[in-house]
Design a protein around this ligand. Sequence first.
Ligand code: ZN
Ligand code: ZN
Length: 198
Amino acid sequence: MDYNKIRGAAMAYYANLSDEEQRKAWEFFKSIDTDGNGTISRREYSRSLAKMGYPDTQNAFKMLDKNGDGALDFKECITLFYIITVHNGGVFCDGCGINLWDIYFVCVGCYMAGGNTYDLCCDCYRTKNFNHQNAVFCDNFKLLRSMQPTATTASASREIAKKAIEVGQLGINAINLLNSANGIAHTANAQSDDCTIM
Ligand SMILES: [Zn+2]
Ligand SMILES: [Zn+2]
């Protein structure tokens, strides 16, 4: 698995954090470096992952250890910080189990239903290495784009919310309404035809 992309994203994310948030990354690093020698050993890494409730999967440590010296320095740990705090450990292929950090396929039905998603790497999707009945798959980039409300649905949602305020309902109801209106728009968009033709 190529970690260069997730590493690049982690560095970009970190560069845009406030001083306060960057300090959290440093504290994260120090909490794993239990002997305080300035690097995270394989052992410290495994223990911390177990404590945080994440599986010590495959070659993740090797991939994080960019310079291959057998330990993670702070810079290498930023990628781990990003994977855990932003991505909750990341997404795994439901066919072969690899970490998905690039383009991959998502079951639209499971995604829309909330809860667990069903995701496949391109190889598993191509070779049909999965058993997921009557599923419509869409790649993650396409799915992200299809989530964007169209100008019409967005303004329709705003109109509904505005009306609710006008008839004297509480603002919070309007927000709920706005959210549910957006939800309807999202569902309609993501199940549009161009998503099913892969
Ligand atoms: Zn796979
Ligand atoms: Zn599904």
